[in-house]
Design a protein around this ligand. Structure first.
Ligand SMILES: [Zn+2]
Ligand SMILES: [Zn+2]
Length: 395
């Protein structure tokens, strides 16, 4: 493994930062202390610091040499509304909040990379260290783009990274095209006619709608999609009824749809509307569908994926870099940045063997053994992409 010596020297400090961030988790757009923690350190490393972007987002800018080349590296700051059950010494001190997705580790690795890159000064161009709020559910990445991230901080490409506990430590995975899915949510409200449950013939029972609609919605993927196209339709909530002997007036279904291809996304939404209207008509009741597209698919660009693979290969060796992993239907709001700029999002292997808890588990903890690897990847990517020698040759 080719770790960057200045990163290896930061190992104890990285663990300290990571544990402090982990103990003090903050959720979407409330990452005030986390944002200050990041901004203070970036200033101390000599970067130009711009805070208050998308409320709690921070961008650190580092320039070296005369080259106009510029790239961005992005980490996420936020925690989840989960009650931590890890029992670790650095467990969350904020009840009901937890760094259960490892964004504490992501923030730490990008901070360490900024410190090491600023010390080495072995690049030519402008670097943007982007620390975004609210990756979980609230689309802080989208808000940063809407607030002019790429106008204020021009860059030719942007790179992201997520720890992946289901891949072995010391490995990376990335692919051109979609790596993570689009995240849509839906709410279906069926309105029938409430009645005494012993006199069901006097009502229009929305529970029948529920029973038929859930089954029928599962035919979209199995009967309407091309067998090689990908989609998930999950009904995750059913709300209706209060007691044993009353047929309720109304029932609410909620759930999520995941896709990679916008054409498939359109097809699923259209079929959902048709099925809901049809089932409601069958049972002589009305039903509405609210369908909301939250995050687009996370789609990597070909060139930048090659660059990311080259940097990962330099750190861990080609045999530990997977360049055609099976994509996952989880979603990621880095997708909004990738819609605006070419770039690559990689998975950083972070497995802990049989003790591995997956992200979003109340027992999860970022694997500190991955800190040096991820931070070395950032430094290597920068020094390959903005190579000082190449800039001299060009000049
Ligand atoms: Zn997450
Ligand atoms: Zn995450």
């Amino acid at each position: 493994m080719n770790l960057v010596p200045e990163i290896v020297a930061l190992d104890a400090e990285m663990r300290d930062w990571r544990h402090r961030l982990h103990a003090n988790p903050e959720t979407a757009f409330e990452e005030e202390a986390t944002s200050r923690f990041v901004a203070e350190r970036l200033r101390a490393f000599g970067l130009d610091v711009h805070d208050g972007i998308a409320k709690t987002g921070v961008v650190g800018v580092l320039r070296n040499g005369a080259s106009n080349a510029s790239i961005g590296l992005r980490a996420d700051l936020d925690a989840l509304p989960i009650h931590e059950e890890s029992g670790l010494p650095h467990a969350s001190r904020n009840a009901g909040r937890m760094h259960a997705c490892g964004h504490d580790g992501h923030t730490t690795m990008l901070l360490a990379a900024a410190k090491a890159i600023a010390a080495r000064r072995n690049f030519a161009g402008t670097l943007h260290f982007v620390f975004q709020p609210a990756e979980e559910n609230e689309g802080g990445g989208r808000v940063m783009v809407e607030e002019g991230l790429f106008d204020r901080f021009p860059m030719r490409a942007v790179y992201g990274m997520h720890n992946w506990p289901r891949k072995p430590l010391g490995s990376f995975a990335m692919r051109p095209g979609p790596l993570m899915g689009a995240y849509d949510v839906f709410e279906i409200v069926a309105t029938g006619k409430g009645a005494h449950a012993a006199m069901a013939y006097m009502g229009k029972d929305p529970m029948l709608f529920v029973a038929q609609a859930i089954n029928a919605l599962q035919t979209i993927v199995s009967r309407n999609l091309h067998p090689l196209a990908a989609g998930v339709v999950s009904v995750t909530q059913v709300h209706g009824g209060d007691t044993w002997n009353v047929i309720p007036q109304e029932v609410v279904l909620r759930g999520t749809v995941r896709t990679f291809d916008p054409a498939v996304q359109d097809l699923i939404e259209q079929r959902m509307r048709t099925i809901v209207a049809g089932v409601a008509a069958t049972f002589e009741m009305s039903a509405t569908v609210r369908y909301e597209r939250r995050y687009p698919a996370t789609v990597n660009a070909e060139n930048e994926t090659r660059h990311a693979a080259a940097a990962a290969t330099a750190v861990v060796g080609a045999e530990h870099v997977e360049t055609d992993p099976t994509p996952e239907m989880g979603s990621e709001d880095f997708a909004f940045m990738l819609q605006a700029k070419p770039g690559c999002y990689v998975w950083l292997g972070a497995g802990k063997g049989p003790d591995t808890h997956n992200i979003h588990s109340p027992h999860y903890d970022f694997n500190d053994e991955a800190l040096e690897i991820g931070a070395s990847y950032w430094v290597t990517l920068v020094e390959q992409q903005l190579a000082a020698a190449a800039a001299q040759k060009a000049a």
